[in-house]
Write a protein that binds this ligand. Structure first.
Ligand code: SF4
Length: 68
């Protein structure tokens, strides 16, 4: 299942954990930016690694929210 992530820029503290877990999906400058999509397991893992709970994950096809 392909999934997309969204970052709440107001919550992101730019520590970069998401980009360490999923470098093909996140790039971090002042805040994290979404630069790609990926499999559900990878995006959920990245979202769970975020200390600020700034990442939401959605099914790319249906748009259903998968995390949190
Ligand atoms: S892990 Fe969370 S707080 Fe850290 S850069 Fe990524 S989105 Fe921002």
């Amino acid at each position: 299942m392909r999934c997309i992530a969204k970052v709440d820029e107001l919550e992101c503290s730019a520590h970069g954990d998401c980009a360490l877990v999923a470098p093909s999906v996140f790039a971090v400058d002042d805040v994290a930016r979404v630069v790609g999509d990926g499999p559900r397991e990878l995006l959920i893992e990245a979202a769970e690694s975020c200390p600020s709970a700034a990442i939401s994950v959605f099914d790319a096809d249906s748009g259903a929210q998968l995390y949190p």
